[in-house]
Design a protein around this ligand. Structure first.
Ligand SMILES: [Zn+2]
Ligand SMILES: [Zn+2]
Ligand SMILES: [Zn+2]
Length: 132
């Protein structure tokens, strides 16, 4: 009886991608699966069951399902789904700001007072700065 029992628990087979590696303990098998099969993409989307390499990738992906646009442009208040879209958009402001002689980047980083920033944005809006 003992021998049969031991034989049974000595075979934990990996079922991932026809890997079929066997391990003597469940713990070793679990560790193998985590290291060899799940290491690269362990952040799963609960909506569509896709896996993502980083928490950041997953978070931005989930916004597609929820429709949320959490990244707000500090210059004009427009919202974006991905931080890459926002930084691309912000580049437009920075590019447009240069001929006017303002360093919008420095203001955004908080080197100037908040009131001045708001004043500047107000000015830009009133002058139809974006439509030029
Ligand atoms: Zn495996
Ligand atoms: Zn998804
Ligand atoms: Zn903007």
């Amino acid at each position: 009886m003992n021998a049969i029992g031991e034989y049974k628990v000595s075979l934990f087979c990996c079922m991932m991608n026809n890997c079929n590696k066997t391990y003597s303990t469940k713990f070793n098998l679990k560790r193998h699966v985590e290291i060899c099969h799940l290491k690269q993409k362990k952040h799963k989307c609960d909506y569509c069951n896709k896996y993502f390499v980083s928490q950041q990738n997953l978070r931005e992906h989930v916004f597609i399902h929820t429709g949320a646009k959490p990244y707000e442009c500090s210059y004009c208040g427009e919202h974006f789904r991905q931080i890459s879209q926002l930084s691309l958009h912000k580049r437009n402001h920075e590019f447009m700001g240069k001929p006017k002689g303002f360093c919008l980047d420095a203001i955004a980083l908080g080197t100037k007072s908040m009131s001045l920033t708001q004043l500047l944005i107000q000015n830009i809006r009133e002058n139809n700065f974006y439509n030029e």
